[in-house]
Ligand binder design. Sequence first.
Ligand SMILES: Cc1ncc(COP(=O)(O)O)c(C=O)c1O
Length: 407
Amino acid sequence: MNYNAQLDKALQNLHDEDRYRTFIDIERERGNFPHAVWNKPDGSKQPVTVWCGNDYLGMGQHPVVLDAMKDALDATGAGSGGTRNISGTTVYHKRLEAELADWHQKEAALVFSSAYIANDATLSTLPKLFPGLIIYSDELNHASMIEGIRRNGGAKRVFRHNDVEHLRALLAADDPAAPKLIAFESIYSMDGDFGPIREICDLADEFNALTYIDEVHAVGMYGERGAGVAERDGLLARLDIVNGTLGKAVGVFGGYIAASAKMCDAVRSYAPGFIFTTSIPPTVAAGAAASIAHLKSDTALRARHQTQAQILKLRLKGLGLPIIDHGSHIVPLIVGNPKHTKLMSDMLLETYDIYVQPINYPTVPRGTERLRFTPSPVHGPREMDGLVQGLDELWSHCALNRAELAG
Ligand SMILES: Cc1ncc(COP(=O)(O)O)c(C=O)c1O
């Protein structure tokens, strides 16, 4: 095989479909979020405002987090030096897991390198623990869940997005004695819609199934102590396994599950993605633990976050722009075509100093390509005005040029 020619072909396919990904090289400015510097391909620099970050609450620059990380660095050095089993479990990892278990009101928690790995490792391991397990998976579940379920070799059923009647029919069609698990999300990150947690828990009770919820886009932001939508809705006790990230609203890095002590013990003992990899650096664990401890009581920060999202949605709706609004903090603006989406993103960046990455297939279905805005408590009125003005001008411009672009 001509390997280079094959790589050229694979890359050309992405260009042909207008979904080749270009990474924008930015340097975030601590103390000055959401401002950053864009290192342009020609070597020059341009100040930008980041509107697509998932550091939803600005915790990545919070002094409580930075101080904890600096203290851990000074006290214990850079890396953990091992897997969890072989010298890589430290007081920082244990503290973080205790903080997480308390957050989700579970007996235990397990920290992984990321929420992707936590989903993949846990879901691919569960059939080893429960032979014959059937996993019922929402069709819009994140790639990490799909991958874990796909690799596990067990049976799977995919239910239509948020369709509890479809889920019921699938559960009812299977052997009542078979072990079952329902895997879903509390907030689907691309549309910002909520999963029907209560109804799914009711079905799980009825059909004796376990529940697995991904709260990656909710932890830190919903609930009295920020543990997510399940906490907000008083449903934490009804969920068997909660998955979350430490890299978005928590502002640091890593992922985890929280569950019963027995479930965590079994996953810890059987999941290759937990066992055969170096544990996260103590600095990271310390920063995440400090962030969560802070988030448990900072209800004002959560309120400001929601207010910012509401203001942005109101203003964009006022301009008549086609945004999706399911009442969450995520603000997707549907453009509906990869060329236009890329063009708008490029023009916002170059002309208006606004950075928002285009979101294309396969992250979202074809024809629903979009710009996904993530307003946060660190976006002030000045940043909001700049975005609204830029979008207003560009939307009219793109509408005028649609015919030209289509050609
Ligand atoms: C729903 C969902 N689950 C899991 C992940 C993975 O999280 P992490 O970035 O911690 O790997 C993501 C990442 O964006 C996500 O959107």
